[in-house]
Design a protein around this ligand. Structure first.
Ligand SMILES: NC(=O)c1ccc[n+]([C@@H]2O[C@H](COP(=O)([O-])OP(=O)(O)OC[C@H]3O[C@@H](n4cnc5c(N)ncnc54)[C@H](O)[C@@H]3O)[C@@H](O)[C@H]2O)c1
Length: 344
């Protein structure tokens, strides 16, 4: 069968990862890279494919089945709309868009064009996330009472060299916490309200250095989450899982789900319980580990994107769903700036 023909718009850090996943997939082929800057040229040369200065030049050169939009977040909208108008399916990196207005426009245009917009919430391709959802939704923890999590790292100083990374759209809330919020929505159900505090007192850029939030889930469970790109710690998803080769793996878990009957350590799953006949704090509590292979989510995401383009699978994360993740994430800013609890 003819491979699914894909192009990458934005050949930077994550664009390179997508290119690697396409190269490893026999059902996909890379048509070219669109990027006006030297990083894109380097990627095109490494992959042995043509480089285009803009998306129109790509479409003038030939037809593709899908594009991956991995430009900086503020530049997600224009290539996504151009692709949809050309009848091409899109996998856009997270956050779907920097604003709800743009996200809602993309939802409307994709539905009208009858073309898919999938969003790069790649954690939805991990067995650990699916298993946690199954455990919580099946009631294995009893009634979910509380969630406690953190994503706290110290990013390298030159990460902030590009000016766009100093702005609020590239801060840890919209870049990193959004992954956590998407995972929490997927695993525990919708978040009904958020209160939050934000500080930028370390780097003094527009972007925040740390945010702390309190949330109420629709189920009634309460949760807290702390995110920072300036806090040294071994507790963050990438350190827990070893997902990104450039970052150290600590194996330390970063999120805990607590129910009336048991607790779940995440993402290296361990189910803690006192034992059936002794369900309270007067009795020993022990973990049952649930070992699962991590696998390569980016490879699975490309495989799934091809299957969606071919009409063989339904998107695991649609533009509409990712817009709800964006709405919930942006509420952290609203709550912090207003000092009030935001109802979703
Ligand atoms: N899924 C994930 O885990 C993950 C990880 C990292 C980044 N991201 C997301 O991916 C996006 C890109 O992040 P990055 O770290 O790869 O950024 P980056 O700066 O490394 O790369 C962005 C690239 O886009 C190019 N570019 C800029 N404007 C363009 C345009 N109009 N058309 C074509 N190319 C253009 C730049 O020249 C650059 O090469 C962001 O939205 C980010 O949130 C997602």
């Amino acid at each position: 069968m003819k491979p699914v023909c894909l192009a990458i718009i934005g050949g930077g850090v994550i664009g390179r990862r997508h290119a690697g996943a396409i190269a490893e997939n026999p059902s996909a082929e890379l048509f070219g890279i669109v990027d006006p800057a030297p990083t894109g040229k380097e990627l095109a040369e490494d992959m042995g494919v043509p480089l285009y200065g803009d998306i129109q030049a790509l479409f003038d050169a030939g037809s593709v089945d899908g594009v991956i939009v991995s430009t900086p977040t503020v530049h997600h909208c224009s290539p996504t709309l151009a692709a949809l108008k050309a009848g091409v399916h899109v996998l856009v990196e997270k956050p779907i868009m920097p604003t709800l207005e743009q996200a809602e426009q993309v939802v409307a245009v994709s539905e009208e064009a009858k073309r898919h917009v999938m969003v790069g919430h790649h954690r939805r391709y991990y067995a650990q996330v699916h298993k946690a959802r199954e455990i919580i939704q099946s009631g294995e923890l009893g009634q979910l009472v509380a969630v406690s999590g953190q994503w706290t790292v110290r990013k390298n100083a030159n990460y902030y060299d590009p000016d766009w990374r100093k702005n609020w759209v590239a801060g840890p809330i919209l870049t990193n916490l959004i992954h956590e919020i998407d995972t929490l929505r997927y695993v525990c159900g919708e978040i009904a309200s958020i209160s939050a505090e934000i500080s930028n007192g370390v780097m003094n850029f527009e972007k925040e250095d740390v945010a702390a939030m309190v949330m109420r889930f629709e189920s009634g469970a309460l949760g807290t989450f702390v995110v920072s790109d300036q806090a040294t710690s071994p507790w963050a998803w990438e350190f827990s899982t070893g997902e990104t080769p450039a970052f150290p793996k600590t194996g330390q878990n970063s999120v805990r789900f607590m129910g009336t009957k048991a607790a779940l350590d995440f993402p290296n799953l361990a189910l803690w319980h006192h034992g059936d006949g002794a369900p309270d704090w007067n009795h020993a509590i022990n973990p049952d580990e649930i070992p699962l292979e991590l696998g390569n989510a980016y490879a699975r995401q490309i495989e799934h994107f091809c299957a969606v383009i071919l009409g063989n699978e339904k998107p695991r994360i649609t533009a509409r769903d990712a817009t709800e993740t964006l709405r919930t994430t942006l509420a952290v800013f609203d709550a912090a700036h207003s000092g009030k609890r935001v109802m979703l």
